[in-house]
Write a protein that binds this ligand. Structure first.
Ligand code: ZN
Length: 541
């Protein structure tokens, strides 16, 4: 079914490939503004296929770790970056499970082996917006691409870091019920017979989430009655490495800990809400009533933000459509980040590789920073508040930063916990690339107030566990990472630097790159000795 739908939409071409070819054909983007549009889902009853909240077992949980405060721009030396948390209104969660028939696992969407055996996630999901509960039926088709026989599968189940949030009802492996071993955010699923190399297994699960109150520095959760953010909301299989085993790290006080394999997503999302709500997601679709079906190929995450308060505006271009989802009275910054986002998509599509998806969502939320996921970025409301009508502010700088993660995080994956510089230094440097291509070219301003003002120090190649100080982390990983790339660019020259970046993205698209891969690719494009620069910025290289 999956295959057929893709073929019917793209005339037999793989959708992603079609996007790339289209983007390659056209140089500059012609933007056309679509009319203001709100996707309204009808209210009313819905039936979710077979499952609903039945159990509410409390699984072991630890407190959610505080995520990174992202680097902030200062526009005056007297102004300190203020990652002070907002105080979103909170509400007592209404967690009254609705008894319904026993969970069954009869997914309507049948997985098929496509795209070289990439992992497929089929998620049939029902959200009750008013009670903040989510019922999910999940099917994973996983092929063992390693040379090891796997005796179990390790899944990340991030919602289980919140007490009482994740309620697993049933798990099956190839149709046989199994009992996973769940400890905090780790779910180990035993395999009766080892999964040998190139063998495929089907995992099915039914579970519900009692969506927690969104903490000020967290993306996940609900914020009053006006927004629910669903990120890392479904169990997913951790990447497996023959040397290091399952790449499933614990949270730290800074940075991101999860590592994602590339996968395909087929998501059916049913929303029931008293009020009209607007759904932002990692892809776009036309809803049928209150049911949305999304298909996203070649992504690492699939996320949602649902709000009764969103207005939307969309810009279409050959590089992909961009939609800005913003709250009332934020039309001006909402439109500014939309236009900067469309421009960033054009610049990075040309400089790195064509944007791999058809759509990008830019979503306002209460957060003291920005946050990237495939096809969707979140931006903190304070950036919208501060917006001054120019390019020289956090909204634009951090907005294009998060968008550049579509290439350095989405297309080219990396271990965000152990080598956070790989995506963050390139994302920060991508801000510079945006500004060097965008009048009035405020590159000097950017270096002064985004980087040098902080007097950055520290080794670029630190992990998120080196220490949990936000400023130390960002100074080293982001800011000195950008300084390193600037020195490197000047040393090897413009042509070699740009060729290297394009080759790096092309070579490691859909893969998880390492620092060794980064430098091995670089060495294919230059004979210039840059070892003194590496010594200056890297501890272990
Ligand atoms: Zn970043």
């Amino acid at each position: 079914m999956f295959n057929k739908i893709v073929q019917s939409l793209c005339g037999g071409l793989n959708r992603r490939e079609a996007r790339r070819r289209r983007a390659t054909r056209t140089g500059s983007a012609v933007l056309r503004l679509r009319s203001l549009r709100s996707l309204r889902s009808g209210a009313g009853l819905f039936l979710f296929i077979g499952i609903w909240l039945l159990t509410s077992c409390t699984l072991p949980s630890d407190m959610p770790a505080t995520p990174a405060d992202f680097v902030l721009v200062t526009d005056a030396p007297t102004q300190m970056p203020s990652p002070t948390a907002f105080s979103p209104q909170t509400a007592t969660p209404s967690l009254t499970p609705t008894p319904t028939p026993s969970p069954t696992l009869t997914a309507t969407a049948q997985p098929t082996l496509v795209n070289g055996g990439r992992t497929q996630y089929i998620l049939e999901t029902a959200l009750d917006y008013d009670t903040k509960t989510l019922a999910v039926k999940e099917r994973i088709q996983y092929t063992n691409h390693s040379s090891d026989a796997l005796t179990s599968l390790m899944l990340a189940v991030d919602p289980n870091r919140w007490s009482g949030c994740f309620n697993l009802q049933i798990t099956t492996v190839n149709g046989h019920t199994v009992t996973p071993n769940i400890e905090s955010m780790r779910m180990e699923i035993p395999l009766e017979t080892p999964l040998v190399p190139n063998e495929t297994v089907i995992i099915e699960m039914a579970y519900s989430l009692n969506i927690p109150v969104k903490q000020p520095k967290q993306v996940f959760g609900y914020d009053g009655n006006w927004q629910i953010n669903l990120v890392n909301w479904y169990p997913f299989i951790a990447p497996y490495d023959a040397e290091d085993g399952w790449l499933l790290h614990s949270p730290s006080g800074v940075g991101e800990h999860l590592v994602y394999e590339i996968a395909d997503f087929d998501v059916i999302f049913n929303v029931s809400a008293e009020e009209d709500v607007v759904v932002a997601a990692s892809a776009s679709t036309e809803p049928q009533g209150n049911t949305y079906r999304y298909q996203l190929e070649g992504a690492r995450t699939f996320v949602f933000s649902i709000s009764s308060a969103f207005s939307t505006e969309t810009v279409s271009s050959e590089n992909g459509d961009v939609t800005s989802f913003y709250f009332p009275n934020y039309a001006k910054p909402g439109e500014a980040i939309l236009n900067a986002g469309a421009r960033a998509l054009e610049i990075y599509s040309r400089r790195y590789a064509p944007y791999p998806h058809e759509h990008l969502s830019i979503v306002q939320t209460y957060l003291p920073d920005g946050m990237e996921y495939d096809g969707l970025i979140f931006m903190g409301t304070n950036f919208y508040d501060e917006y001054d009508g120019t390019l020289k502010n956090n909204l634009i700088a951090l907005g294009v930063h998060e968008i550049s993660h579509q290439w350095f995080f989405g297309l080219v994956g990396s271990d965000q916990a152990l080598e956070p510089w790989l995506d963050e230094s390139l994302a920060l440097y991508s801000e510079r690339i945006f500004y060097e291509e965008t009048p009035p070219y405020p590159v000097t301003w950017w270096w002064q107030w985004r980087v040098n003002w902080f007097k950055p120090s520290g080794w670029v190649d630190r992990t998120i566990y080196t220490d949990a100080d936000f400023r130390n982390y960002t100074n080293a990983t982001y800011l000195r990472g950008a300084l390193f790339l600037e020195e490197l660019r000047q040393r090897v020259g413009e042509e070699a630097f740009n060729n290297f970046l394009q080759d790096y993205v092309a070579t490691y698209t859909d893969k998880i790159a390492t620092g060794n891969d980064f430098f091995a690719t670089l060495d294919q494009h230059t004979n210039v000795d840059y070892s003194d620069i590496v010594d200056e910025y890297f501890l272990n290289r």
